[in-house]
Ligand binder design. Structure first.
Ligand SMILES: Nc1nc2c(ncn2[C@@H]2O[C@H](COP(=O)(O)OP(=O)(O)OP(=O)(O)O)[C@@H](O)[C@H]2O)c(=O)[nH]1
Length: 315
C-alpha cells in the first residue's frame, strides 16, 4: 500500500468520536491530518467543533455516508487527495447511526484505493453508556460498529470505578478480540493511530442488515432566531430527555447576551459549554435524535417552539 492512510472512526450516537478525533488532531505529532465528518442532520456541529483544531475539516451533512451519502464521500475524498501537499492521513468520522460496513465497502472503490487506503477502523465505545445499560451489548447497530473495528477505544472511563471498567473490558472481550485502548487512563496511543499497517488487505464486508440502517432513528432539527431563557430550556429538555438518544447544538441564552454555547446530551447526561462565536448566527440550532418507536417530532416541536417564536424543521 502506498496511498494516504484513511482512519475510519465509528461508534454509537454520542459515544465520543468527535472528542477522540479532536484529541488526535491536537496531539502535536506534526502530521497533516484532514478530517471528513458526517453529521446525520443538516447542522454541521461536529465539523465546527473540529475546525477549531484543524484547517482541513470537511463536513458531510444531511444523511449518512454508509448509505445515502456514499457518493458524496468519494467525491470529497477525491477533492482532498488532489490538494497539494496531500495530507499525511485522512480521518473519517462516521455518524453515530452509521453501519461502518457500508463505508468500508465504499472506501474499497478502485479509484480511491489507488491514492488512499483504508488503514484502520476504530470503534469508540461509550463506557458510561454500556455500564448504565448493558442492553447496549445486544444492540444490532452497536454490534455492527464494534464488529467492523480493528481497534476499540473506550471513552468516558474517568467517572467509572476500576471494577466497572474491568467488567466492561470482560464484556467487550466476549464480542471482539480486538485491542482495547483507554485514552482517559492510558493516554492516546499515537503509535497505533498513526503507524499504518503494512500491506493490509481488506475483503469486502458483509452487506449491512436492514436492522442497522438509519431509518431506525428519527431526527428533528430546531432553529430559532433569538436567544432562549436558561430555565425554560432546561425544563423543555427535561421533558424531552426520556425519549431522546442524542441531542446537540448551539444555543444563546437571554441571561448571557453576546455569548454562544455548545449543548450536548447523550442519554440522560447533558452539558453546556462555551462555544466559539464566529458563525454570525443570532439564535439557536439543535439536532435531536431518538428511536422512531419512541421519539415524537411533533411533541418535540411543540415543546421547543414554546421557548421562542422562531421556526422549526423536521427531517
Ligand atoms: N467525560 C468524558 N466525556 C466525553 C468523552 N468523550 C466524549 N465525551 C462527551 O460526550 C459527548 C458526546 O461526545 P462526542 O465526541 O460529540 O460524541 P460523538 O460520538 O462524536 O457524537 P455523534 O457524532 O453525535 O454520534 C460530549 O458532551 C463530550 O464532551 C470522554 O472520554 N470523557
Amino acid at each position: 500500500m502506498s496511498g494516504v492512510p484513511i482512519i475510519l472512526v465509528t461508534g454509537f450516537l454520542g459515544a465520543g468520536k468527535t472528542t477522540l478525533i479532536n484529541a488526535l488532531l491536537q496531539a502535536g505529532h506534526g502530521r497533516r491530518i484532514a478530517a471528513i465528518v458526517n453529521d446525520f442532520g443538516s447542522i454541521n456541529i461536529d465539523a465546527e467543533i473540529l475546525a477549531e483544531a484543524n484547517d482541513e475539516v470537511i463536513g458531510l451533512k444531511n444523511g449518512c455516508i454508509c448509505c445515502s451519502l456514499q457518493g458524496d464521500l468519494l467525491r470529497t475524498l477525491k477533492t482532498v487527495l488532489t490538494r497539494k501537499p496531500q495530507p499525511d492521513a485522512i480521518v473519517i468520522e462516521a455518524s453515530g447511526v452509521a453501519d461502518p460496513r457500508g463505508i468500508v465497502e465504499a472506501l474499497l472503490d478502485p479509484v480511491i484505493w489507488q491514492s488512499a487506503n483504508l488503514d484502520s477502523v476504530l470503534c469508540v465505545v461509550d463506557a458510561e453508556d454500556v455500564s448504565d445499560g448493558p442492553e447496549r451489548l445486544a444492540d444490532e447497530l452497536w454490534l455492527a460498529q464494534l464488529g467492523a473495528a480493528d481497534f476499540v477505544f473506550l471513552a468516558k472511563t474517568s467517572r467509572l470505578e476500576a471494577a466497572a471498567i474491568s467488567d466492561l473490558r470482560a464484556a467487550l472481550a466476549l464480542q471482539t478480540k480486538r485491542l482495547i485502548f483507554d485514552p482517559d487512563r492510558e493516554g492516546l496511543p499515537l503509535d497505533v493511530l498513526l503507524a499504518p499497517f503494512a500491506d493490509r488487505q481488506r475483503d469486502p464486508p458483509a452487506a449491512p442488515s436492514p436492522a442497522t440502517r438509519a431509518f431506525r432513528f428519527e431526527t428533528f432539527e430546531w432553529r430559532c432566531r433569538s436567544a432562549v431563557t436558561m430555565a425554560a430550556f432546561q425544563a423543555a429538555i427535561g421533558r424531552l430527555a426520556p425519549d431522546l438518544v442524542r441531542a446537540k447544538g448551539f444555543l444563546r441564552f437571554d441571561e448571557q447576551p453576546g455569548r454562544r454555547f455548545l449543548f450536548q446530551m447523550v442519554g440522560s447526561r447533558a452539558s453546556v459549554s462555551p462555544a466559539a462565536d464566529h458563525s454570525g448566527e443570532a439564535g439557536c440550532s439543535l439536532v435531536l435524535i431518538g428511536e422512531r418507536t419512541r421519539f415524537d417530532p411533533e411533541k418535540t416541536r411543540h415543546i421547543l417552539d414554546s421557548l421562542s417564536a422562531g421556526g422549526s424543521k423536521r427531517s
